[in-house]
Design a protein around this ligand. Structure first.
Ligand code: PLP
Length: 386
């Protein structure tokens, strides 16, 4: 059966597993299936591969291998960091974060509020930027942790994490950054930018779903979120997902190697797509600042059309993209990110995110650019008059 042609512009949602990554992980599903904690050689040798993978992912952010805790996903990493900061400092009951974090943080913070914790969600400007003076003023004596994402998954807008890390250090507050969208796109060095916690997720960098990591700076107090066996130096219970961890290690190596391609070739494709849309389709505009921004992401509002309709017609043409709107109880909830940037509900509901990756070609972009104008015109023609 031949696969239908897919034009994939949703790399911030998940990425295709790289063939090299699949190759690296398969032996750990076939032959090398021992438990890495076992005392016999059959298990021990699996443990050695685990160590190697840990060193590889550590190198991606210039961390020490012992500072890496493997988790099941970016969501678990975010939850774990915030949870640990609160339980290791019981007298501090305030969390400082932003209104545009991924739901992996915002929903956890909302749960904390229900449990009596105090959470400040910092506002953002219309271009998605953060006011650092306001951030610093919002740190309180009882702030347990500041949690701010590095790159926004919907708009690609980058927050000044080095500056935020410096503020937190100066004020003696723990700092967590959700860096899930950065690998392969941004060089990260935790020795230079001193964060206490950092989250990554393997499926955003051409490895499988179901594996993530939490970077935990040496000597920072930690209370595990999941307890059980003594895995991960007692910091995360549960037998290690060896095949996925090995895959993560290989993907980390490849991500370091693809940094240049993402920042030149992929950036050029994204810019070509963005200018073709903004210049060629009337009633379109970008959401979020042009720079600093991830090199692969563009988020565009198409006046007068619902994103749902656009996505449906794109899907019929074999094109995958997404909107930040969540479908809850049958109606489209406008994206909390765009809403926080001051977009009204109509604009937020008419916005589409295109996120490119290393497997996108010029021909993919040409095809999308060729399809979009007709498709938008069709939807506008059938839209009820305002
Ligand atoms: N943080 C950000 C910025 C993300 O984009 C995502 C996933 O889209 C997550 C966290 C959650 O990661 P995971 O799917 O591995 O739980």
């Amino acid at each position: 059966m031949s696969e239908p042609a897919i034009y994939y512009f949703d790399n911030n949602a998940t990425t295709r597993i790289a063939p090299e990554v699949l190759e690296a992980m398969l032996p750990f599903l076939r032959e090398c299936w021992g438990n890495p904690s076992s005392t016999y050689a059959f298990g021990r040798q699996v443990g050695e591969h685990l160590d190697r993978a840990r060193a590889r992912v550590a190198a991606l952010i210039n961390a020490e291998p012992r500072e890496i805790i493997f988790t099941s996903c970016g969501t678990e990493s975010n939850n774990s960091a915030i949870h640990s900061a609160l339980v290791t400092q019981p007298a501090k009951r305030h969390v400082l974060t932003t209104a545009v974090e991924h739901s992996a943080s915002t929903k956890f913070c909302a749960l904390l509020q229900q449990q009596g914790y105090i959470v400040t969600f910092l506002p953002v400007a219309s271009d998605g930027g953060l006011n650092l003076e306001l951030l610093e003023q919002s740190i309180r004596p009882d702030t347990a942790i500041v949690s701010v994402m590095w790159a926004n998954n919907e708009t690609g807008v980058l927050f000044p994490v080095p500056d935020i890390a410096a503020i937190c250090r100066r004020r003696g507050v723990l700092f967590h950054t959700d860096a899930v969208q950065t690998p392969g796109k941004l060089a990260i060095d935790v020795r230079e930018v001193e964060v206490d916690f950092l989250s990554l997720s393997a499926h955003k960098l051409h490895a499988p779903k179901g594996i993530g990591l939490l970077y935990l700076k040496r000597r920072v107090k930690y209370q595990p979120y999941i307890v059980g066996g003594g895995q991960e130096r007692g910091r995360r219970g549960g037998t290690e997902n060896v095949a996925n961890i090995v895959a993560f290690g290989r993907a980390a190596e490849l991500a370091m190697a693809s940094l240049e391609a993402e920042n030149t070739r992929v950036r050029a494709l994204r810019d070509k797509l963005e200018s073709a849309i903004l210049g060629g389709i009337p009633g379109t505009s970008r959401n979020g600042a042009k720079e600093p921004r991830l090199p692969n992401t563009t988020n565009i509002a198409f006046d007068g059309v619902e994103a749902e309709g656009i996505l449906m017609l794109l899907d019929q043409a074999g094109i995958c993209a997404s909107s930040g709107s969540a479908c809850t109880t049958g109606s489209l909830e406008p994206s909390h990110v765009l809403t926080a940037m001051g977009c009204d509900a109509a604009r937020a509901r008419s916005s589409i995110r295109f996120s490119l990756g290393i497997y996108n070609t010029e021909a993919d972009v040409d095809y999308l650019v060729q399809c979009l104008p007709g498709l938008i015109a069709r939807l506008r023609a059938s839209a009820p008059a305002a």
